[in-house]
Design a protein around this ligand. Structure first.
Ligand SMILES: NC(=O)c1ccc[n+]([C@@H]2O[C@H](COP(=O)([O-])OP(=O)(O)OC[C@H]3O[C@@H](n4cnc5c(N)ncnc54)[C@H](OP(=O)(O)O)[C@@H]3O)[C@@H](O)[C@H]2O)c1
Length: 234
């Protein structure tokens, strides 16, 4: 899929962070881009990107979104989905752990429903995360969700061919997912990336570069591209 200028992409979670950077990269390449998240964009068009409102947990709303914009060539889902439960597993609130899987259900919903409207050479990119394969203390729920996302990509790829599906796995990325500001934010980032080979948070643009590789390379499916500053290394 090299001629991105005649393609149409839906980017879920495309109003912030990694999704927004991916939406902008696609739009810069000439792709028609629709972003959607829970916040009300009022069907606005900004920088050539159309914004719509959808909750990835709402299957009827997702189905209607895809039907409205069919045929779809590219689906990116970077939505966080719901809560992110953290903390020691032995004291973990089990509803929180379960709630963290909203990200997976959002991904599963979107892939299943988008496929009904996806072109034969279409492609899908999801987002896992480094804890899937190297879990820091207190991140068992996030690690479990990420592992499920990566297993889902591998499981589905052969079934949906010639359409392609892959994931990017970010390290710690400086996005609005982290709510701290000022020195507190800097301290959180420093602590979280202290064990990485590259001791800084990545940018949303750096992850979007990985997304664009997966969109553009027609020989890649069922795999995960790590954009993580060496987070997995000892
Ligand atoms: N930042 C990191 O360090 C990092 C590391 C590893 C993995 N990741 C993964 O990367 C992905 C993107 O994260 P980010 O850092 O870019 O986060 P972000 O800046 O907080 O963006 C999250 C996006 O998801 C949307 N969203 C959340 N829940 C949604 C729902 N139920 N339905 C529709 N849209 C929803 C948000 O918009 P609304 O609030 O308007 O819905 C927003 O556009 C996530 O899957 C995250 O788990 C991030």
């Amino acid at each position: 899929m090299n001629k991105l200028d005649r393609r149409k992409a839906v980017v879920l979670g495309g109003t912030s962070g990694i999704g927004l950077a991916s939406a902008r990269a696609l739009a810069d390449a000439g792709t028609t881009v629709i972003t959607a998240s829970r916040r009300d964009g009022g069907s606005s068009i900004d920088d050539g990107i159309r914004r719509e409102q959808v909750d990835v947990r709402d299957r009827a709303a997702l189905a209607a979104l895809f039907a409205r914009h069919a045929p779809i060539d590219i689906l990116i889902n970077a939505a966080t989905g719901g809560e992110r439960a953290t903390g020691p597993f032995a004291q973990m609130d089990l509803d929180g752990f379960r709630g963290s899987f909203d990200k997976l259900w959002g991904y599963v919903n979107s892939v299943r429903l988008a496929l009904e409207h996806m072109s034969e050479d279409g492609c899908i990119v999801l987002v896992s995360g480094f804890p899937a394969r190297k879990c820091p203390p207190g991140m068992s729920a996030i690690a479990s969700v990420g592992g499920a996302v990566e297993a889902f990509v591998r499981a589905v790829a052969p079934e949906i061919a010639p359409r392609r599906i892959n994931a990017v796995s970010p390290g710690i990325i400086d996005t609005p997912m982290f709510t701290q500001t000022g020195p507190e934010r800097a301290a959180v980032m420093e602590k979280a990336t202290g064990s990485f080979v590259i001791k800084r948070p990545g940018t949303a643009q750096e992850v979007a570069d990985g997304v664009m590789f997966l969109v553009g390379n027609a020989f890649v499916t069922g795999t995960v591209v790590d954009v993580d500053g060496g987070a997995l290394l000892p």
